[in-house]
Design a binder for this molecule. Sequence first.
Ligand code: ZN
Length: 322
Amino acid sequence: MNMQVNGLHHVTAIAGDAQQNLDFYADVLGMRLVKRSVNQDDPGTYHLFYADAAGSPGSDLTFFPWPQLAPPRPGHGLALEVGLEVPPGSLDFWEARLRRFGVRVAARERRFGEVVLPLEDPHGLRLALVEAAAPRRFEAWDGSPVPAERQVRGLYGARIGERETAPTTAFLERALGMQRLAAEDGWERYGVPGTAGVLDLRAMPDARRGAWGVGAVHHLAWRVDDDTHQAEMRSRAQAAGAVPTPVIDRFWFKSVYFKEPGGVLFELATDGPGFAVDEDAAHLGESLVLPPWLERQRAAIEAALPPLKMPVGTAREAYREM
Ligand code: ZN
């Protein structure tokens, strides 16, 4: 039995306007919209999934556009930044591209020996492009405006802030089977060797408790092989003090949620069945997909959602004005 998670499965964040979110991730970052669905607990809100061409587990950044929310309150118990892996040697291309679109880009940094370009998405979500070559499955998206050899290859990791790190790091080791991989500049790095998706933690003893808002990370989902592995990891999380939900069928994968000891929302998500279970793999994301139990309400759900157009280069103009 595998007693470890297999790195990151997906990260879900809160966006503002859905069209601006789509324009940025599909047209500027060049990721593929692999699923256009709704928040299953709030079907009046989209749930948009961006990934590589195949929607490979570990490549997926998803959003709930909730433009009516206030900005987040920075603080502990929240994920602070999402890292996206780009190929070694591609940051010159990316920096020039992002600046051309008027994206807020910070100075490059070196973290744990790797070159990192921090930036913000249009709604304030902190991202970092990391030149790395993690062990992962990746399928280039030939519909992307970004050439295949420069494309975002998947999730690199996430940074979280905690009031104190010890309860969380003990949980990562005991419940999720992670190891301490490195430490640098007040950051501790945890992960599972041989998988993609590290977690960097930092103590923020003087900060307030953080709160969600537009531009915040909602949760971090960790990969499990299948139902059996998920059940095992769920009971390990429970034994380590977490209060996990029952298994919830998200249709493209099955999910269990719990908060880690510092308050960050985690999920255990199965690799399968995947995004092609209810759509032709060649046409992922082109139309609104609802889980079967919401199909009967399709007309009402579609009428309540704002229209969403696939970007056709129009984002280029919009971003120049920002
Ligand atoms: Zn999730």
